[in-house]
Design a protein around this ligand. Structure first.
Ligand code: NOJ
Length: 742
């Protein structure tokens, strides 16, 4: 990793900015595109250039105020619109592109969409999929989503969301990979590689967008859009690594966060966009505001009016204006008055044109508008089977007393209780409005297909809308059945954008239902659905087994049946800590020690007087139908040179009776640093599939990328000293060895 600029340097760049006459680093575009981009640019009027920076919505899901505008088509024909969001469909995109072809320079439109976890075929929500700890799978689902979206005329997805979050109250945790910056970076890389493939020119791929730059997930009190206030050290150590990884993977675009970061809204933040992203990191892609986030700098109290906001955003390096209409209405005047240099606009336009060239749109603006490819691709068998694979891999087994699960060779009857178990839209999850809801397999359908209709006694248990309990039919079904499966948790719209919660407990009625069902004396298996860590202690206490099934998408019901029946032995691991109490939030495994470390004994220690400090389920946790024994890590020597990769080995054995997949996790602790370091940090994981009794050894190599950190001068360093290396099946249950770097 290249060390980044010092704060002083960053500040000087921020101060000189990109106002008229000041210098900034222009994007360098390599051949074969450099000359083409410049030749198009040389033909453009200022008005046409500003048009390229202007993005309007179509009539899809609006995540901000929509200005109803009947002049959009006329503006497209005048070259005043560069891109659109919320447009999909081979025919519809063709029609709009035809309008763009009537403009003077025939510059094609770019169509963007939030393809978050699939298009019509829906994969598990991103947080769920992160539970798979399978990077190749995440690469493949992103590629699958890209294939389907591109066949529907989409060029650009506003994904992946790579925000780190340590606060389960924030509804958008559902869109990311959880709390860990190191794992989050690997997932970011995999998803970018999946969406973009080897080349943007490939008509089955789409341009990705790493969002929301930066630290949007650090919103105070977990309230969406809220202020973030964090040290530059934490910014670099915790929140930036996944963005950096996305940029290193060649991500084509980056979206600004809605948040204010240390006093400057991200959209107007030159340190983020010019110093880091386009400067130090050498990013040659485009930046896009979030919906209306340029205009929102006015209520933030950072810009006096829309004109001032347009000046601040373009100066700071925000290239595309999504639905603020600030650039299209104000940039001309700002240039005329000498407040914005035309060179600054040129740089933004060059970045946008480059992507249009790379996507092949100048060669053929209609290359993504092929109805036959669309019909062949949408909901095709290969995407559906990938959705099922991803769904089984995303399920996490949280409890399994007395080997309640699996229900293999089961010939009895199942009482399936809970309206969530029979609701397609809830299985599909948030941010999937293009997902074909009628294609979604519910748990009820999945179990009926597995065990036969007559063997599944369904009762809704509670009203889906109000949660009012319908206990009598549920208990009657439970009494008639051999085993009870009950679905509880969140509805699909209860996690996601603008879906913050002060209380992350599941509905009280759901807890009551599980308790009442347990009272029937049958084994109770709880399916926990939702898009964030939840608190469900009573339900867990009254269940013999708990499966965290998140929102799994199109194949949810089949995947859940696969896991309940033992067809698939669950292997998911939690990518976020599940708190025991909402008052523990923010809670995360990689916290720092204090001078008075937490202690069960209480006293003057970093603990609570009214609740325990331990989470309900730690990061990395997840059981299997078999058991594994992970040994103590071994190293061939104690002392290693600072520049030498450290090799760690550990054995893992399947000590149970079923074949299963374990994720062996490796954590480190750097005991003494020039800045304090977390008590443990994930720095490696390996998945192994073992038959009963089978044992294997896995090896990890720890180099600078694993052993270093950002120091007080914001330099990435590896420091000498003693490290612990810890291996285990989760972040808590580990065995430790030590080594020293000299
Ligand atoms: C607002 C969201 O924050 C962002 O993630 C999304 O891409 C845009 N709206 C466009 O829908």
């Amino acid at each position: 990793m290249r060390p980044i600029q010092t704060i002083a340097c960053a500040l000087s760049l921020f101060l000189c900015g990109c106002s008229a006459g000041s210098a900034f680093r222009e994007v360098e575009i390599e051949e074969p595109y450099g000359r083409k981009v410049d030749s198009v640019l040389s033909l453009m009027t200022l008005e046409e250039k500003i048009g390229q920076l202007n993005q309007y919505t179509g009539n899809g899901q609006a995540t901000g105020p929509v200005i109803d505008d009947t002049t959009k088509i006329a503006q497209i024909e005048k070259g005043l619109v560069g891109s659109m969001l919320n447009i999909r469909g081979a025919e519809r995109t063709r029609r709009l592109q035809e309008h763009a072809m009537k403009s003077r320079l025939r510059i094609p439109l770019l169509f963007g969409l939030d393809v978050i976890h699939g298009m019509q075929t829906v994969f598990p929500v991103p947080l769920a999929e992160a539970s798979s700890f399978d990077l190749d799978l995440m690469r493949r689902t992103a590629a699958g989503a890209a294939r389907e979206a591109a066949a529907q005329g989409v060029h650009w997805t506003f994904a992946p969301m790579v925000d780190i979050s340590r606060d389960a109250r924030w509804g958008r945790v559902v869109e990311g990979a959880g709390e860990d910056p190191w794992y989050g970076s690997l997932v970011a890389r995999a998803r970018v590689e999946g969406f973009q493939g080897r080349s943007l020119a490939d008509v089955t791929t789409v341009m990705a967008c790493a969002k929301h730059f930066a630290a949007y997930g650090a919103c105070i009190a977990g309230k969406d859009y809220n202020t973030t206030d964090l040290s530059l050290l934490t910014l670099h150590d915790t929140y930036l690594p996944p963005f950096r990884a996305a940029v290193e993977s060649g991500v084509g675009s980056v979206m600004n966060g809605f948040n204010d970061l240390n006093g400057i809204p991200a959209t107007g933040n030159a340190y983020l966009q010019r110093t880091l992203l386009k400067g130090e990191w050498g990013f040659d892609g485009l930046t896009v505001s979030d919906w209306g986030s340029i205009g929102e700098m006015v209520p933030h109290g950072y810009a006096a009016d829309l004109r001032d906001a347009a000046r601040a955003a373009i100066t700071a390096g925000c290239d595309v204006d999504m639905e603020s209409r600030a650039y299209v209405s104000r940039l001309r005047g700002l240039v005329a008055d000498g407040e914005v240099a035309e060179a600054c606009i040129d740089d933004a336009v060059r970045r946008i044109l480059l992507k249009k060239f790379q996507l092949g749109l100048f060669d053929d603006p209609f290359r993504y508008c092929d109805p036959e490819r669309e019909a062949r691709t949408v909901l095709c068998d290969s995407l559906r089977s990938l959705a099922r694979e991803a769904a089984v891999r995303s399920i996490v087994l949280l409890k399994n007393d007395g080997e309640t699960l699996p229900l293999d060779r089961f010939t009895g009857t199942v009482a399936l209780i809970g309206a969530l178990a029979d609701s397609r839209i809830d299985m599909r999850g948030i941010w999937a409005s293009d997902g074909a809801v009628e294609e979604v397999v519910t748990v009820r359908k999945g179990l009926e297909a597995r065990y036969g209709r007559a063997k599944v006694l369904y009762a809704e248990g509670y009203d889906l809308e109000t949660n009012r309990l319908h206990l009598a039919p549920a208990l009657a079904a439970a009494r008639r059945a051999d085993v009870v499966v009950v679905a509880v948790g969140e509805r699909y719209f209860q996690s996601g954008e603008a879906r913050s919660k002060a209380d992350i407990a599941i509905p009280r009625q759901h807890e009551e239902l599980v308790r009442a069902l347990k009272g029937c004396g049958k084994r109770v298996i709880t399916l926990l659905m939702g898009g964030r860590p939840m608190i469900f202690d009573e339900a867990a206490a009254h269940s013999d087994a708990v499966l965290l099934t998140w929102w799994l998408g199109t194949e949810a019901g089949n995947a859940i049946a696969d896991v309940l029946s033992g067809e698939y032995n669950p292997s998911g691991k939690l990518p976020m800590t599940f708190p025991a109490h909402v008052g523990q939030i923010p809670i995360y495994y990689n916290y720092k020690s204090t001078g008075r470390p937490e202690s069960k004994a209480g006293g003057y220690t970093c603990s609570y007087q009214d609740i325990d400090f331990e989470p309900a389920y730690p990061f990395g946790f997840g059981l299997s139908y078999t058991t594994f024994e992970i040994g103590t890590p071994t190293l061939e020597k104690r002392v290693w040179r600072l520049d030498e990769p450290v090799t760690v080995r550990v054995t893992v054995k399947n000590t149970g009776h079923r074949t299963g997949r374990e994720t062996v996790q490796l954590y480190i602790r750097d005991h003494v640093g020039s800045v304090t370091r977390p008590v443990r940090e994930l720095r490696g994981f390996r998945q192994v599939l073992l038959r009963p009794g089978e044992q294997t050894e896995v090896a990890f190599t720890l180099g600078a990328a694993e052993l270093g950190f950002w120091n007080a001068d914001l330099r990435y360093v590896v420091e000498p000293g003693v490290f612990s290396v810890m291996c285990g099946p989760d972040s808590k249950n580990v065995k430790t060895a030590e080594f020293e770097l000299r």
